[in-house]
Design a protein around this ligand. Sequence first.
Ligand code: SF4
Ligand code: SF4
Length: 464
Amino acid sequence: MVSTSPTEPSAPVVPVHDDPALLSRALRTDGRRVKMHPLETSGRFSRVQVFLFPALIAFYAVLPWVNVGGHPAVLIDIPNRRFFLFGLTFNSTDFYLAFFVLSGIGFSLFVVSALFGRVWCGYACPQTVYLEGVYRKIEALMEGPARKRAQREAGGWTLDRLARLAVKHALFLAVSFVVAHLFIAYFASAEGVLAMIRQNPAENLTPFLWAWGTTLLLYFNFAWFREQLCIVLCPYGRLQGALYDADTITVGYDTRRGEPRGKKGSTTGDCVDCRKCVLVCPTGIDIRNGNQLECVGCAHCIDACDDVMVQVGRATGLIRYDSLAGLEGRARRFLRPRLYGYLVAALAGLAALTTAVSVRKSFDAALLRAQANPRERQGDLVIQRFVVHVNSKSDEPRTFEISLEAPAGAEVILPMKTLELQPFESRHVPAIVSLPFEKSGSGVLKLRTVEKESGKSRESQLPL
Ligand code: SF4
Ligand code: SF4
């Protein structure tokens, strides 16, 4: 149910349709933005969001504080080039896996979008979740419901309005500060954030500036920028046109049932042109004009219109989740060729990721030629310089035994044969091989590296 009845007189919210200066309730024809106060809804989809949004906020906030296998469930440790994900540990040499992660997630999102449109945007995107679940709630608490806010705005600058605005923005800033620190915990760990808060900012100047920069960015976004992020910045929104087809389930208006719109009568359709669907829309569009890039799939217009339909004694569902084919009365298809294509690509990406993770070694070892002076002749001998590179991917200290095997007649100098590496440490060990000139170019130098704790070994070789 929306906050007012369909017969209630219009409050001073910006009009639509009949104003030639407006493209939508959110945008003027000259490109300037119109400030909106979307009306509140409380239908079945809004009720789902009332429970879902706090649950998602709790999930986003708690994740960096949960430990899996002795590490945060999710930690992107950029300075140390490590990434922890639900018990798995990756370092910089695993960066190629990002391709599979991104392609797997990307194509999975394609599948979801082709099936259910912008369900992510309407129900799970942090932009929607925090805006609708936190910031608009604070706004309503301090300045009242949408119509009251619009009336206050139209009433000019009063002391009461200034006081309410001041408290509202102070709360916005405080919430942004907390959300920024929760966000930074994904990069600096929860303990790291707590330690930084306790320390002098001068000792942690970079994180301190990041924290305040993120706070101000969040404040700017949620206090002012809002729906513009979805409309003009988000690339996912722009992709929708390419991902949708006539069978994608989206929020849509049943033109066949609703038109011609107008006051309830024998010659009009079911739409009574009350504009409630427009007034509740957080991006200010009129869903009756068809599917639009600005629609974030929040379903507020469904709840608003269902409420109106009940009040005028007509069947609900004039605006509903349906495909374009369904709205036009054509047969609906759930599975179709483009979906199979996305599914195959998503599964291929996820399968490649699973395989790459399962065959991933706990360490890398490579034999490399030295960059400086790798080969020189000294009398009857050829001196070749190498570097043994051992990179531990373990989060425990590890011991490695390294050995070099050269053809008969060659002399090998390897100053260290046992390496004790700290978690994720990598080490370079120089090696020199000298062999008679006539034997040069006729053999290989073999490196064998054994991880003592697991007994696993890796081999690598280079021609001499
Ligand atoms: S579609 Fe529904 S909510 Fe929108 S104007 Fe028509 S009757 Fe009102
Ligand atoms: S048109 Fe409806 S579903 Fe789309 S953003 Fe507006 S209110 Fe939400």
